[in-house]
Ligand binder design. Structure first.
Ligand code: HCA
Ligand code: CU
Length: 382
C-alpha cells in the first residue's frame, strides 16, 4: 500500500453531488487547494456536459498546476474529440459493462464496446495524452466479459485501467480478489485505479483493500461528495493511510490543509462537516471518559491512533460531564492556574460528578465549581 496516488474527483464526481454547483472561480479555488495539498491528479467534468464545463476545463488546464489534469468522458469518439482539445494531460474513459447498464443504459454488446474502446484509446494516445479505461459497475459485470475487455485494452496499451463500484455494492474481500485477478491478466506496466461508491459504507475499506491487492490509484472527493451518498472521502483516506504508510503520507501530502479544504468544499456545497468525520469531525480528537482522559494525559497514544498535530489540530479533554475523573479535573485546575492537592482535586471532582448527574454541564459550570471550592478552602474560618 506504500506508494498510492490520488485521483481527486471533487470537480467531476463531486459535481454530481445533489447540492453541488461550482462557479468557475470556485472550481479554480478548489483545484488550487487540491494541488497545493499534493494530489496527483485532478479529474474534471466532461467538456461535453455543457459549454461552461468545457470552458472551465480549459481554464483549469491553463493554471499550471503540479497535479495532472484529467477529464472524464464516455467511451465515444464524439466526446474524445472534444476532450483532447481542452489542454488536459489525460483522459479517463468509462463505459458500462454490467448487463444492467448494457440493457438499460447504452444498449451495446461487449463486441461493440471493445471496438469502440480501441478506437477511442488509439485516438487519445495519438494526441500524446494519458489514457485510462474503466468499466462502470465492474462488480456486477460478468467476470469473463470484464477480463476480456481489460485484456483487449491492455494490449492496445493504456496507462491505467479502472474498476468502478458504481452502486457501492462491493465488499473489501471482493475488491481484493478482483484486483488480484485483474493484476494477473494485465501487463505489469499498466496501473490499476479504483473508484468506490459509499452506499453500503465500504468506500474507505474498499480503497484500502484495493491498494493491498496491488491497485495504485484511488479516486476520491473532498468529504466524499458525489452521486447519491458519494465516494471515498479524501480526508478519510488520509486517515486510513497515515496509519498504514505514515512516512509516505506525511511526506507527500500537506495534511494540515485538510481542514481548510473540507471547509472550502463544505461551504461551496452548503453542508456541514459530519460530526463523526475522520480527522475533522468536531469530536474526532475529544476524549471524555475519566479513564480515557487519565491515560491520554499520561500518553496520547493510549487512546489515539491518529495524532491531531499531524493535521494541525489539537486534542481536547471533555471534562465537564459526569463521566469525568480527577486527573482531567486536575489538568483543568492547572489550566486555571489554581493550586489544589490531589486529595482536593478528588473532592472537587465528586462535586462536579454530582451536578453532572442532575444536568448536562458546560465548562463554565466546572470552572465555577472549581473556583468556589478553591476559594472555600483558602478562606480562613471565622
Ligand atoms: C458515474 C460514473 C462513475 C465512473 C467511475 C470511473 C461510476 O457517475 O456513474 O470513471 O471509474 O461511479 O461508475 O463515477
Ligand atoms: Cu462514480
Amino acid at each position: 500500500v506504500g506508494s498510492f496516488q490520488v485521483i481527486e474527483s471533487t470537480l467531476r464526481e463531486g459535481e454530481q453531488f445533489a447540492n453541488a454547483f461550482f462557479t468557475t472561480e470556485k472550481k479554480i479555488e478548489i483545484a488550487k487547494a487540491l494541488d497545493d495539498f499534493g494530489v496527483d491528479y485532478i479529474e474534471l467534468t466532461s467538456p461535453v456536459a455543457s459549454e461552461q464545463s468545457r470552458a472551465d476545463c480549459e481554464t483549469i488546464c491553463k493554471l499550471g498546476l503540479k497535479a495532472k489534469i484529467l477529464t472524464h468522458i464516455r467511451c465515444h469518439m464524439d466526446d474524445a474529440r472534444v476532450a483532447v482539445e481542452t489542454g488536459v494531460d489525460g483522459v479517463d474513459v468509462v463505459i458500462g459493462t454490467s448487463s444492467f447498464l448494457r440493457q438499460y443504459s447504452h444498449g451495446k454488446d461487449m463486441n461493440y464496446i471493445s471496438k469502440q474502446a480501441i478506437e477511442v484509446i488509439e485516438f487519445v494516445k495519438s494526441k500524446g495524452l494519458e489514457i485510462r479505461f474503466s468499466s462502470e459497475d465492474s462488480f456486477r459485470s460478468d467476470l469473463v466479459d470484464l477480463l476480456n475487455i481489460y485484456k483487449t485494452v491492455d494490449k492496445v496499451g493504456v496507462n491505467r485501467i479502472g474498476i468502478a463500484d458504481t452502486v457501492g455494492c462491493a465488499n473489501p474481500r471482493q475488491v481484493y480478489e478482483l484486483v488480484r485477478t485483474l493484476k494477473s491478466v494485465i501487463s505489469s506496466s499498466t496501473e490499476i485505479e479504483c473508484h468506490f461508491h459509499n452506499d453500503t459504507g465500504c468506500s474507505i475499506a474498499n480503497a484500502y483493500t484495493a491498494l493491498e491487492g496491488g491497485a495504485k490509484l484511488i479516486d476520491t472527493s473532498v468529504l466524499g461528495i458525489g452521486e447519491r451518498n458519494g465516494i471515498t472521502p479524501l480526508g478519510a483516506l488520509m486517515a486510513r493511510m497515515i496509519v498504514s504508510a505514515p512516512d509516505y503520507v506525511k511526506s507527500k501530502y500537506k495534511l494540515h490543509k485538510i481542514r481548510d479544504i473540507e471547509n472550502l468544499v463544505a461551504d461551496a456545497v452548503q453542508v456541514n462537516i459530519p460530526f463523526n468525520n475522520p480527522i475533522t469531525g468536531f469530536c474526532a480528537f475529544t476524549h471524555k471518559a475519566g479513564i480515557h482522559a487519565k491515560a491520554i494525559l499520561a500518553n496520547p497514544s493510549t487512546y489515539e491512533i491518529l495524532n491531531p498535530n499531524d493535521f494541525g489540530l489539537t486534542r481536547y479533554i471533555h471534562f465537564a460531564n459526569r463521566l469525568t475523573g480527577w486527573n482531567a479535573i486536575k489538568s483543568r485546575v492547572d489550566q486555571l492556574n489554581l493550586h489544589l492537592t490531589d486529595a482536593q482535586c478528588k473532592e472537587v471532582t465528586n462535586k462536579i460528578k454530582k451536578l453532572g448527574d442532575v444536568r448536562p454541564l458546560n465548562i463554565d459550570d466546572v470552572d465555577s465549581i472549581i473556583k468556589e471550592f478553591h476559594q472555600e478552602i483558602n478562606t480562613p474560618a471565622i
